[in-house]
Write a protein that binds this ligand. Sequence first.
Ligand code: PEP
Ligand code: MN
Length: 334
Amino acid sequence: MIVILKENPDLKQLESFKSWVTEKGISIHESQGTTERILGLVGDTTQIDIDLISALDIVADVRRIQEPYKNANRKFHPNDSIIDVNGVKIGGGNMTLIAGPCSVESREQVCEIAEAVKKSGATLLRGGAFKPRTSPYSFQGLRAEGIEFLLEAKKATGLPIVTEIMDISQLDCFTDVDVIQIGARNMQNFELLRQIGRTNKPILLKRGLSATYEELLMSAEYIMAEGNNQVILCERGIRTFETYTRNTMDVAAVPALKKLSHLPVIVDPSHSGGRYDLVEPLSLAATAAGCDGLIIEVHNDPEHALCDGPQSLRPEAFDALAKKVSRVHAAVNA
Ligand code: PEP
Ligand code: MN
């Protein structure tokens, strides 16, 4: 971190700032330019609040050299992290397809979809049981019963399951869940992140609706700082001025996050586009950009889906998509 001091700084304030910094185990390298005096802070500056320093009377400007996240940072972990979900490996060159309904609606629905997506090459089953809905009057999910149905589908197909937790009080229902999803709306629920950081389950962390890459990585850092390093990042579209699509898929997030972090990056083209006809082209674009996997909503009767029918693929469309994704993945990795 570089701290540029104002001209003629108050010496008492300067001394007290310096001792505050050194007490944190950080060393200071001073240099005197022609007009500016500069302090180089060397050490673990992740614990230092940059806004606090820039507000000091003696400080003209502060710049971070090192990112504020450490565990998620590729600089300290150059190799790709590979997350093992019951034998399914996510990251490190593997291309993972996660598919299933937006919401679990019945035992029959989720089991039928699970069988179909497995045949097409999906290796994980998704399905929401606790649903974050914009309206309190919309279907809120089958909750604990939904997880029971997912577990039945897991038993029948062998597919590990991914489902969202909205509050830590629900954790007891997640004992046999393989991957816990943190939805976009909870990306900055720091207390929840801390708590799931104390579990030993892989976490699928979705990017918030208007979160920067750094904010997403800081949320991953919350989980990892508690000891759980099994985090999968997910780009799911961000809010922009465009209204035709539900969100705007940020394809640059894939190479950028993979450059900044060693964590696997997957893409959700369903919530990005919000329309079934956009799911395949968005999936191919994300695959070409180098994502480690896709999470896709598939429904056997989209017209009657209780949630997100317009963006859900029928099993046949998912099958066609899976074949194309595998060709694009092979082409870009040839
Ligand atoms: C979901 O995956 O069902 C979901 C609600 O996604 P998001 O949190 O990205 O909106
Ligand atoms: Mn959905």
